[in-house]
Design a protein around this ligand. Structure first.
Ligand SMILES: [Zn+2]
Length: 298
């Protein structure tokens, strides 16, 4: 049953970064010091037994990772938009290439992009005064990143938490700007309560959908009412709660997912990025997720 079901992460992983290293990295993003944090995150994911790992997004919070390298952005408390958004240099490419060298055979790499709508909503706009135009320029810049990522990673995941707060009418076209003609599979992550936009999500121009099924178990019913045309990555341990779910509890949750999605269920993961959890808790959650996945075949 479901032998192709893989364990995955959403993106971020907690590592405690030394303040001096953090400051130095702002002057020289290519400094070798940073690799030790990526090593730490990737090592934990591999040790826990996760199949589809990420770079841990250790370098910056998920907005600044992108806005720090895009032209038109200025980093203050929040990112300010002070000019036209353009893609000047690769953003996550060097880190992804580095992670690739760390992966044993059989592991997969997910390239994570913070979605254009979420980037737009998280910045203070002093230039466009037009949300849609700004969002589409972010999308074009992310497309340029995706065109390089597709040659390195096994699939690309786009994080759009803001879709659960406000779903724009141009959401489909926005995501399509990134995923069109990309050769590797794509995944869309929307955390929060997405029960009101399930039909729209099921039509999205991506291969895989991933949501917080553990924190919002009523999503099972919301999806059950629709014909699921997408592959699913099932959020199976919470990312906003330090209680470590037991293996048995996760097994029950995954089995519920299999009942509803059948073969469409191809990945199980934490509900969201794990950045805000204590490191030992994040690790234990991944370990239990892997053990639960193994029990599904027994
Ligand atoms: Zn999330």
């Amino acid at each position: 049953m479901n032998t192709n079901l893989k364990t995955s992460v959403i993106g971020s992983y907690p590592v405690s970064v030394n303040t001096m290293d953090l400051m130095n990295s702002y002057f020289d993003q290519h400094n070798i010091t940073w690799n030790k944090y990526i090593d730490e995150a990737v090592h934990d994911m591999i040790t826990a037994g996760i199949t589809c790992v990420s770079d841990g997004q250790t370098r910056d919070p998920f907005i600044q990772i992108f806005t720090r390298k895009l032209q038109g952005c200025r980093i203050r408390d929040r990112t300010e938009i002070i000019g036209k958004i353009t893609y000047a240099n690769p953003i996550t490419i060097d880190d992804q290439k580095y992670v690739k060298t760390l992966l044993p055979k059989g592991k997969e790499l997910v390239g994570v992009l913070t979605g254009p709508y979420t980037l737009m909503k998280s910045c203070v706009d002093q230039f466009y005064h037009n949300e849609q135009e700004l969002a589409f320029d972010f999308a074009s810049a992310l497309k340029a990143e995706a065109q390089q990522l597709e040659h390195i990673v096994d699939f690309i995941s786009i994080d759009e938490p803001f879709f659960s707060i406000n779903y724009p009418e141009y959401a489909y076209e926005l995501i399509k700007t990134i995923t069109k003609d990309i050769s590797c599979p794509s995944r869309l992550h929307v955390c929060g309560d997405v029960s009101m936009i399930v039909p729209e999500l099921l039509d999205m121009p991506v291969d895989i959908l991933t949501h917080e099924f553990k924190a919002s178990p009523h999503l099972f019913n919301a999806f059950k009412e629709h014909d699921c045309k997408k592959k699913i990555c099932l959020g199976s341990v919470r990312s906003d709660d330090t209680r470590v779910e037991t293996v048995e509890e996760i097994v029950t949750h995954i089995k519920q997912g299999i009942q509803i999605f059948g073969e469409k269920l191809i990945q199980v993961s934490p509900d969201c990025g794990q950045r805000l959890l204590p490191k030992n808790i994040a690790f234990q959650k991944l370990q239990n997720l892997v053990m639960a996945r193994r029990k599904i075949d027994e």
